[in-house]
Ligand binder design. Sequence first.
Ligand code: ATP
Length: 300
Amino acid sequence: MKPVSVTVRVPAKVNVQLAVGAARPDGFHDLANVFLAVGLHDEVTVTPADALRVTCSGPDADQVPLDRTNLAARAALALAERYGRDPAVHLHIAKDIPVAGGMAGGSADGAAALLACDTLWGTGASRAELLDICAELGSDVPFSLVGGAALGTGRGEKLTPLEVGGTFHWVFALADGGLSTPAVFREFDRLAEESGREIPEPMPSDPLLAALAKGDPHALAATVSNDLQPAALSLRPSLAATLAAGREAGALTALVSGSGPTTAFLAPDAPSATKIAEALTGVCRTVRTTTAPAPGATVV
Ligand code: ATP
């Protein structure tokens, strides 16, 4: 018997390395992007309906578009078109990943909706075909399907899975209001032009990949980097105080997550993570403690 509804759980991500190249003629930037999936999740439930419809619940629900620009809707439409299905489904997003927070929440919902619709419709699409549709939907969507840790090159969508040798303890400070990823890239370009310096070709850091493979938080802390951080701080200067508060509370490193404004703190162990979270309470909107790596989109 066919299932009546399918729910998929999908993780957020933090970039432990985000190396950004110069703007290409098409406006995109080449990236060397090391993604790590973390234990903050959205859940997308798909149910047959009369017409395509999106609903969303959660603290940030009012910031999520419910029309066909929603990445979950776009994923359902892309799969339906490719496999000749009727996209008449209700997609409900139970949102716990901050919106426009630099944690790929929209991308996560796209990957989750794709897997949920694929399971509901029984299309028999291969993993490679699903990843192909993900890459069409957006640079961060393939990683949301795969999870764990991966190196993304090109616009970030060409993925190589990475070995992770242990559990990392993270604290995330959620900020008020989001930052638009394109606006942060524009600020990156503006700052680059202002400084007049040559932007090197983005390359993955071997010591960082070794730290992940070893599962060593101290080595990872010494090697994390985010080329978008100066741009995010330029657009949202108040993040500097949040980063400093986390460092002072014992974080091994503090960085802006992706394009921000969420900030990420790596702790040496679980008790330290709790301590850092306590120190950050009141400094930012919400604090979340979690571990990485987390599995990719999974039917529950
Ligand atoms: P990334 O880390 O991939 O750059 P982000 O985490 O900063 O992205 P998202 O939460 O993905 O940002 O949202 C960016 C914008 O995408 C939102 O402001 C919203 O207008 C739009 N959007 C489309 N679909 C969704 C969705 N399912 N959930 C959240 N935002 C969505």
